[in-house]
Design a protein around this ligand. Sequence first.
Ligand code: PMV
Length: 318
Amino acid sequence: MPEQVTVSAAANIALIKYWGKTGAPGNQPATGSLSIGIDDLRTMTRLRFADADTDIIESDLDEQAAARIRAFFDDIRNHLEINRNFAVTTGNNFPTGAGLASSASGFAALALAVNALCDLQLSGTELSRLARSGSGSAARSIFEGYVELIPADDAWAQQIMAADAWPLDVLVAVTDAAPKTIGSSEAMRRTAATSDYYGRWLDSHAADMVEAKQALADRDFNRLAEVSERNCLKMHATMMTSRPPIIYWQPATLAVMQRVRELRMAGTAAFFTVDAGAQVKVVCEPGATSAVADALDLPGISNLIRTRVGGAPRVDST
Ligand code: PMV
C-alpha cells in the first residue's frame, strides 16, 4: 500500500440539474442529472494514514466543511471496514463554497484518494457512489466529459461521452466569490418542503434529460442550449418560490444571463447555466469563445475564468 497519495478531481457543472433528495441516507437524488466536467477548476487532495486516533484535517476549512469530511471518513470506516484514521490536506484552485461545485470536486477527490491509499480497487461505479455519499454532485466528478447521474436506490454516475467527442469551451463569470449564505442541502430541503412548484420540477425533469441526451448525441448546440437554460431557470424558479425564498443571484448574474441570450439571438453559439450561487457559467462553441468573453466585460464581474469541457481525475501514489 502507498504511504501517501495525491489526487486531483475537477468540478462539474450541471446542465440538467440535481435539486432535491429522496430522503434516503447518502444524498440519494430525487431525479437524474447531466453535467460537464470543468477542466481547470480542481481540488487537490493529499491523504495518508494518521498515527493519531482521530482524523487530522490540515486545511484552512470552516467548521462545517471539516465536519462533512469527518462524517465522510466515519462512513467509510463503517461501510468499508477500514480501521484507520486519516490525515488529509486539501485545497481548491478556485473560490470555495461560492456555487462553483467545490463540494463535487472535493468529495470526488476524497473518494479517489481513499481508494488509492487503501488499495480498494473500486470500479468507476463504486467510486461514484462513494463520492455521492459525501455530496450528490460529486458522483459525477469521478468521470471526465459529459456525465449522467442515474437516480436509483444507490445512485451512481456514468460517462455519456468523452470531452473530445464534442469539445466545447466554458467561461465562468465570477460575480460574487463570497461563500453562499445557504448551503445546497438545506436549500433543497426547504424547496421540497415549501415550494408550490417542486412537484412540477420533479414531473417535468425526465423530459429534459431525454432532450439533453438527444442534443448531445446529435451535437445539436441550439437544442442543448435551450433545454439547459430552461432547466436552470426552472430550478431557480422553484427555489425562489420557497418559503422563505432562496435567491442566489446578484444583479450581475442576471446581466450576464441577458447578455448571453442577446448573443445567441444574434447567432453566437453560447448559453448560460447557474448552480447554487451567483456565478454564471457560459458554454460556447470554441469559435465563439473570444467574442463571448469580450461581450462579458460587464460591471460586477470580478473574474472571468476561461476553460473547457474535460476534467479527468488524476491519481499519484508515492
Ligand atoms: O451536490 P450538492 O449538494 O453541492 O448540490 C448540487 C446542486 C447543483 O449544483 C445546484 C445542481 C447540480 O446538479 O450540481
